[in-house]
Design a protein around this ligand. Sequence first.
Ligand code: F6R
Length: 355
Amino acid sequence: MVDSFEKIPVKIFTTPKDGSEFAAREIGKLIRSKESKGEKCVLGLATGSTPISLYASLVRLHQEEGLSFKNVVTFNLDEYYPIEPEALQSYHNFMQRNLFSKVDIDPANINIPDGRVAKDKIKEYCQQYEQKIEAAGGIDLQVLGIGNNGHIGFNEPGSSRYSKTRLVTLDNSTRVANAREFQNISHVPRMAITMGISTIMNAKRIILMAWGLKANIVQKSVEGHVTEHIPASILQQHNDCTFIIDELAATELTRFKSPWLTGEITWTPQTIRKAVVHMALKLKKPVLSLTTNDYIDSGLGDLLTEFGDGYEINLQVYYQLRDSITGWPGGKPNAVIPNHPERSEPYPNLLSASR
Ligand code: F6R
């Protein structure tokens, strides 16, 4: 863990496939160790696009390495409400397609909230779901994805830390995100049955996976304050929770975005430019107006110690930026002066360089 910034252990993998393979192996180890003790392994499972590659890896472990699911009991996080289990978009259907029909799990050991329960019976049904989890000995390992608004399960922002399995109303942003599975947004159910945050927090171990464009919410959940406005941030209070993410989902973490804040870094013209541009954008000031105090307040005191005058650094960065302005963004073939004003080679993309 990069201390003081990341408050949840984060493992970063090159691709979602690598991260999923790692998670699948962790789950496989747990299933086998429980099996060797003659115990059931209770898994909490998620749906959505994130765990598809995890389930593919688990199926492969079953087919190629003999991983058996005979001693596995599962509890899914959530299900749309109302929905028929046979509906293409139901999480029953999703789990059958992606995992259950491809492994040797006993159907009697599968638990997914039922999207058909009559509304006046839901409270009782949800209490029974909680009791069933308890009777199974609690969840040994809970798999989670994360919504762009920080939801876990369908616990939308504002959900209580003490919430249990219940009927919830979906955020509009969640319905928009999930509309891809339906004909159009009007077909996305407005409600869902979901395990609560306390149900999730009671799991002995938690693995949250996030790929691609989830960098912002991953950063807020891992580095921000614990708040019910970002339900995933509450996971900071769990004693065995790991985030498994890919490189893209890691880009907003301080260790990548502002590595100079996490300890000593080797200053190169590129890292200096990145740090100074980052500071200027944050302070909403032109580069040439940055003062010594701005450097110190922005955690860039080291840069001053190493290179002296802030004004001189401002100038050097300004020259670098100025020289990147050209009417030939793709580089000018056969340019006489290779660096200025028209370069013979394209300049590195400033946006990605300032990340
Ligand atoms: C699904 C679930 C949700 C999803 C989240 C991310 O069972 O509980 O919290 O994990 O909405 O969805 P994807 O993976 O589709 O981005």
